[in-house]
Ligand binder design. Structure first.
Ligand SMILES: Cc1ncc(COP(=O)(O)O)c(C=O)c1O
Length: 452
C-alpha cells in the first residue's frame, strides 16, 4: 500500500466546499455576525474569537455536559470544552447548584466568605502545597507568581521554554530564535524589551537550562509539565525531576503551570510524577468554567512571602484585580473541587480518552499516515509528524494550518467540535465511546476524501 499523500488542490476544494456548507446551514449565526460587526471589534467580544476557521463566527446558544447547541439549533459533540475551561463538562450539576444557591446572596465584596478556608484546604490536600491564593485568570496567576519569585529571590530573570504559553503574562510572550530571546510574532503594542528580563531554553534540554541557571540571575523556571499549546511536547523521563533538582541547586524557584496538564490526574501532572514545585498555577476549569484561578506555594515560599509582606514599604503590591476570590466564584470553586473534579470523574475521562487515542492511532495506521497521537489523561493531541516532537520548534514544524483548519471545519459541519489552532481534544465525564466513534468516523471520511 502506498503512503497517504494530501493533495493540496483537493484540500483547497474541500475547504471551500465546507465553508459554503457552513454558510448555508448557519443563517442565524450569519445574521448575528452582521449585527455584531458594527459595534464589536472584529465582530466579536474578543478579537481572537474570529480566528476559528469558520467563514463567520459560530454563535452558541447553550451548552450542557459534553454538548453544545448553536443559535441555528445544531448540536455539537464538544471535544474543545472551552479549551479546558469546561473540561469537566458544561454547567456541572454541583457547580450549577452552588451558583443558584448564591444567586441572591451577593457576588462580590472584597472580603472572604466561609468558602475561602475550605477552598484553601481542598487545594492543599490535592496538590501537596500548603498555602494558596485565588485570582481571576491563569494569566493573572502566572503574573503574580512571577512577581513573587522575583521579590523572594531578588533576581530579575524568568526562564521559560520555547513554544510555551502561559496566557498573556508579558514576561512569557517570547520565543527562542537563533539562541536569542525574541518577542513572539504578532504581539500588539509590545514596546519594552522582553529579553531584558526573560530567557528561553529548549524544552527537554537540561544542559541548556543549567547553562542559563548557572548565571545566577534567574528567579524562577516557569513551565507546563508538558507543552500543550504548540501541539504537544511531552517531557522526556527525568526532565521535570531534573528541573526540580537544578532549580534547587541554583537557588531559583520552580513554577509549574498545571492549567492544561490538570487533565493528567486528580493532583495534576506533578501529582502523578510526585514532583512538588515551589509554586503551582491553575486556572480555567478550577471553578467549573467561571473566571477563576489559583496559585499555591510551598511552606518555605509562604514563609518568605509573609516575611516580605511584613517588611515591605506601604503601597500596592502589583497583585490584585478587584473581583478576585469573589463570593460567587469561591462557592463555585468549592463545589467544583469537592464534587466535580473527583477521582471517579478522572477515571471515566481517562478511559474515554485512551479509547480515543487508540482509535485515532488505528485510523492513521489504516491510512498509512505518519501522524502521532499523544494522550495526557483526558487530553489527546494528534500531530502531523511520525515521531513525537521533543521541542517546541519541532512541534511547530509539524503544524499544517491549512490542513488543520479544513479538518476542523469538516468535523464542525458534522456536529463535532475540536480545539482550534491545533488538534487537541478533551473528554469530559459525559463523553461516551459512541461520541468518540462519531469523531473518529467523521475524521476518517475527511481523510478518504483528501487522499491523493
Ligand atoms: C498552560 C496555560 N496557562 C495559562 C493560560 C492562560 O489562561 P487564561 O487565558 O484563562 O488566562 C493558558 C491558556 O490557554 C494555558 O494554556
Amino acid at each position: 500500500m502506498s503512503e497517504y499523500r494530501i493533495d493540496r488542490e483537493h484540500l483547497a476544494a474541500l475547504a471551500r466546499r465546507e465553508a459554503e456548507r457552513f454558510a448555508a446551514t448557519h443563517p442565524k449565526s450569519a445574521e448575528l455576525a452582521s449585527q455584531a460587526r458594527p459595534h464589536l471589534l472584529s465582530g466579536v467580544p474578543m478579537h481572537w474569537m474570529s480566528d476559528w476557521g469558520t467563514p463567520f463566527p459560530l454563535f452558541v446558544s447553550s451548552a450542557a455536559g459534553n454538548r453544545l447547541v448553536d443559535v441555528d439549533g445544531h448540536e455539537y459533540l464538544d471535544f474543545c470544552l472551552g479549551d479546558t475551561g469546561a473540561m469537566f463538562g458544561h454547567s456541572p450539576a454541583p457547580v450549577a447548584a452552588a451558583i443558584s444557591q448564591h444567586a441572591t446572596g451577593g457576588y462580590t465584596s472584597m472580603l472572604p466568605s466561609p468558602d475561602a478556608a475550605r477552598v484553601g484546604a481542598l487545594l492543599a490536600e490535592r496538590f501537596g502545597l500548603p498555602v494558596w491564593q485565588v485570582c481571576t485568570s491563569a494569566t493573572d496567576a502566572n503574573r503574580f507568581v512571577i512577581r513573587w519569585a522575583r521579590a523572594l529571590t531578588g533576581r530579575d530573570k524568568i526562564l521559560v521554554f520555547d513554544g510555551c504559553y502561559h496566557g498573556t503574562a508579558d514576561d512569557t510572550l517570547v520565543r527562542l530564535h537563533g539562541g536569542d530571546t525574541v518577542p513572539r510574532p504578532g504581539l500588539v503594542g509590545q514596546v519594552y524589551d522582553l529579553a531584558a528580563h526573560t530567557v528561553v531554553a529548549e524544552f527537554n534540554d537540561l544542559a541548556g537550562v543549567e547553562a542559563l541557571l548557572a548565571r545566577g540571575d534567574v528567579a524562577a523556571v516557569l513551565t507546563e509539565p508538558a507543552l500543550t499549546n504548540i501541539g504537544m511536547v511531552l517531557p522526556e523521563p527525568g526532565f521535570i525531576e531534573g528541573l526540580r533538582a537544578l532549580t534547587e541547586h541554583y537557588g531559583a524557584l520552580l513554577i509549574l503551570d498545571e492549567t492544561h496538564t490538570i487533565s493528567a490526574g486528580w493532583g495534576g501532572w506533578s501529582g502523578e510524577l510526585r514532583v512538588v514545585p515551589d509554586l503551582l498555577t491553575l486556572g480555567k476549569p478550577v471553578a467549573g468554567g467561571l473566571p477563576a484561578a489559583v496559585f499555591g506555594m510551598s511552606r518555605a515560599v509562604a514563609k518568605r512571602a509573609e516575611a516580605f509582606l511584613a517588611q515591605k514599604e506601604a503601597g500596592h503590591s502589583g497583585m490584585g484585580t478587584t473581583l478576585s476570590a469573589n463570593l460567587f466564584t469561591l462557592a463555585a470553586m468549592r463545589a467544583n473541587l469537592e464534587s466535580v473534579m473527583t477521582p471517579n470523574a478522572y477515571a471515566t475521562m481517562q478511559d474515554t480518552a485512551a479509547y480515543l487515542a487508540e482509535r485515532l492511532t488505528a485510523l492513521f495506521d489504516q491510512h498509512r499516515l505518519p501522524w502521532c497521537v499523544t494522550q495526557i489523561g483526558a487530553r489527546c493531541e494528534f500531530q502531523f509528524c511520525a515521531e513525537r516532537p521533543r521541542t517546541g520548534r519541532e512541534a511547530e514544524a509539524a503544524m499544517d494550518h491549512e490542513l488543520e483548519a479544513a479538518l476542523h471545519l469538516y468535523l464542525l459541519n458534522r456536529g463535532v467540535l475540536i480545539t482550534p489552532f491545533h488538534n487537541m481534544t478533551l473528554c469530559a465525564p459525559d463523553t461516551r465511546r459512541s461520541d468518540v466513534d462519531r469523531l473518529v468516523d467523521a475524521l476518517g471520511e475527511a481523510l478518504v476524501e483528501l487522499a491523493d
